[in-house]
Design a protein around this ligand. Sequence first.
Ligand SMILES: Cc1ncc(C[n+]2csc(CCOP(=O)(O)OP(=O)(O)O)c2C)c(N)n1
Ligand SMILES: [Mg+2]
Length: 748
Amino acid sequence: MATTKVDPKLSANNIAKKAYQGLTSQQLINAYRIMFTSRRVDDREILLKRQQKVFFQISGAGHEALGVAAALALKPGYDWFYPYYRDRALCLALGATTLEMLMGAVGAADDPCSGGRQMPSHWAYKRLNVVTQSSATGTQILQAVGCAEAGRYLARHPKASQKAEGDYRQFKDVQFQGDEITYVSLGDGTTSEGEFWEALNTASNLRLPVIFCVQDNQYAISVPVEVQTSGGNISRLVSGFPNFHFEEFDGTDPVVAYAAFKRAAEYCRGGHGPAFVHAHVIRPYSHSLSDDERLYRPDSERQADAARDPVPRLQMFLLREGILDENGINQIEKEVEEQIQADADRALDAPVPQPETIYHYVYSPDLDPTSAAFDTRPALAAPEAATEGKPAAAAPNKTSQTKASPNKTMADLINTTLRDEMRRDERILIFGEDVADASREEYLKQKLIKGKGGVFKLTGGLQIEFGSDRVFNSPLAEAAIVGRATGMATRGLKPVVEIQFFDYIWPAMMQLRDELPIIRWRSNNAFSAPVVVRVAIGGYLTGGAIYHSQCGESIFTHTPGLRVVFPSNALDAAGLLRTAIRCDDPVLFLEHKRLYRETYGRAPYPGPDYMVPFGKAKIVQPGNDLTVIAYGAVVPRALQAAQKLEREHRVSVELLDLRSLNPFDWDAIAASVKKTNRALIAYEDSLSWGYGAEIAARIADKLFHHLDAPVKRIAATDTFVAYQPILENAILPQASDLFRAMKELAEF
Ligand SMILES: Cc1ncc(C[n+]2csc(CCOP(=O)(O)OP(=O)(O)O)c2C)c(N)n1
Ligand SMILES: [Mg+2]
């Protein structure tokens, strides 16, 4: 952006030397140029919206001084930025251009933020370390915490940033700075969200270098701040958080704001902890062009705001201080207007994205986890490297039964796979509730305890081997687990996090639905977050009841961008988990609790490179009369029923174990149904709207002419799972139910 020099004729008091909290006159002139530009881009977009040439507008008006001040105190392409939609001036000051912004407004193919996929003002500039944001208010805050954690981790493990061939690391350029800061901003209304408090808690506890900037314009659409915040002032509420530096000030004054950001940045860069920057700003325009603030704000209030408008205010300041005269101001404004006019014309002429590109970047274009590269054979004679030399510490939770047998349980092999992969890849971090051996590591060092390693003990021994900065407990906060992991993965780390029970995944739902799987698509491949989320799922526990038995996988297979796998046996669990870790997409890895230590499906250690590709079903048992499609804990039950049917009625059942649910193996289903002409989909979740509905619909649609009977489903009742075993048996599909359903279908 062009700069206007201080007018040499304006010699009053040698103004160039006068310090404004360390800002030079030239910096103040540039600040005015950017603030004016920001406002005028908003105005241009509003005009274009009225002409129906852009389709949405939300402004940064009133917040301009704050953005410019933050950018002056921080470093683009060095520090990291999680801005929100009112941060237009921040982005301009960091180095984004008006053309880029107007390209976003018209939804041009070359819009750098999203290629026309997101609304305007959803900033993402990879070269500046401005990370893609969504429309969901508040989700950026936990991700910013994860981003700061990644910077710290990489500084302590610099080798982890190196590239490696053959897995996701090949495609990630990791960079970090020892004293980097992560900036995250949000509105006053957004401080009401739980994720805000979870983020503050962790940043405070870990003394992370994050600047939380609350841009308090007193309104969240029409809801005033006193409704959002008890007592009306967020600074008062957060003042008890330890390790924070606090600032509260008038955010319409760039000099005051700069001084505050400078102090905050010094504190964070010095490694003292996070900063909370609370700026009182104004919102001179309505919330967005879809809102009319005159419906809820009287003229008097709007006029009072207008008197604090940062753009005319800085203009007056420059004139009063003799930094610019009227000609200088006019010159800047003329240049800005001309630039915006030219850029608007260019944006309106820019090519729009083509419809056939809509499928680009749902998943990684670089690494296909369904490909042959992820299809390896088990090394059956492989020594079990994972427990070598550390029998007691490395596997504190092993039963004598599994030690005696060369066959390992699913729990054993998941633990072993995690260990193998952590040895191979220093970017892997494991965290979640109770996953550490012991947070009070002195107890481990003094050998006073064995350590826990997960409520199901799947992560046992990993903290002992890899240290507390690679395997650690999180607070009891599921959104924080997924949000922090997302921020880390955006920086190139590979968090393999655990949600303790599927039943408690819901606090993380915003991150799992609106963030993690969408980051690549919404940023047009500029950013990605290939996290692995391991989740203990399912019932058949005899007493698991409503809140320890849930399934619900179809809610996640209904989310594009998320890989969902659900193994039924130890070998598949090992192979699929390794694929999940090495691949370049986010994966929901569903582990059935009942199968963790089941006799069914145990297997010898398959070696440290065993992988099962996604989207490949396994034929558990071949057959000719009927196809049963199952996964998870229903597989052993279906096998039992099929064998009985064969024995007693000579019905030959082909049983398919899908293993991965998104992608799923349509080819295997189609081949089988074409052979047997009958299909039953068996699953543990409640029947209606479940995973089987999609499979049944596809079979009905694509294989209609091959069917000799209606497509059937057998699943749990449309209730929750009850505690009393008699009720649990009646609710979940049992082998006897599967037997009956198969027999009826065979006889149709
Ligand atoms: C989680 C979520 N809930 C609701 C909305 C709809 N919404 C968009 S902006 C907004 C108000 C945000 O207010 P505030 O945080 O004060 O920011 P401001 O717009 O005032 O700068 C709401 C409710 C949303 N985008 N995300
Ligand atoms: Mg607000």
